[in-house]
Ligand binder design. Structure first.
Ligand code: TYD
Length: 207
């Protein structure tokens, strides 16, 4: 049986990781074979690239940054996502292709067309069937993050505002794939919206 890829997206502090955990627990309870992974990361090499990007590297040229995110993605797709989908699992990816368009494209001014082309190349048949975008005003997200963070989280409010606008533009362009979730709502209510949407789609086992 073919698996099913779901990605979770949103600005830093939107509560996406809580939603990933709630979804994982739900799949567990329902006995649906699944896998939760994240980007950048999810593989040994990907986690090294994550440290490089978010903690250790000196400031990078934007194209170098884009290619490092793509390298981590290529590794994750080949060694984790494609095999899990082939095994019939529901794969939940905490950040995926849209993060690079939103952050490096809209946020940092990288070439969105190039990012899209690279995304196509590295993901091939592993496109998300569904993407949940947890949307929150940047001021509220900053408040939730509590100030300190990694290199990207430390960027200024206007940067995060551009990232949010980028995400909203992506959702407007692909409404059939990207579902907007109000991340200001209680976590349980957000989770129910995610679950109802997944249940409304045919073709995945157990539902
Ligand atoms: P995140 O997934 O939110 O992890 P944590 O919950 O540990 O903060 O953070 C990863 C960071 O990586 C986030 O600030 C966004 C950034 N990122 C990009 O800029 N581009 C990308 O393509 C991806 C996948 C992530």
């Amino acid at each position: 049986m073919q698996g099913f890829l779901v990605s979770l997206e949103g600005i830093d502090g939107c509560g996406k990781s809580t939603q990933a955990r709630l979804l994982q627990e739900r799949l567990e309870r329902e006995n649906i074979p699944h896998l939760l992974t994240r980007e950048p990361g999810g593989t040994p090499a990907g986690e090294m690239i994550r440290r490089l990007l978010l903690q250790e590297a000196p400031a990078l040229a934007i194209n170098a940054e884009i290619l490092l995110y793509m390298a981590a993605r290529a590794e994750l797709v080949e060694t984790v996502i494609r095999p899990a989908l082939a095994a019939g699992k529901v794969v939940i990816c905490d950040r995926y292709i849209d993060s690079t368009v939103a952050y490096q494209g809209y946020g940092s001014g990288g070439d969105c067309a190039w990012i899209r082309a690279l995304n196509e190349r590295v993901t091939q048949d592993c496109r998300p069937r569904l993407t949940f975008l947890f949307d929150l005003p940047v001021e509220e997200a900053l408040r939730r993050r509590g100030g300190s963070g990694d290199r990207i989280e430390e960027r200024d409010l206007s940067y995060h505002r551009r990232v949010r606008q980028g995400y909203l533009a992506l959702a407007a362009a692909e409404p059939e794939r990207i579902m907007l979730i109000d991340a200001a709502a209680p976590a349980e209510r957000q989770h129910e919206a995610v679950w109802m949407k997944l249940c409304s789609l045919g073709g995945w086992h157990g539902l």
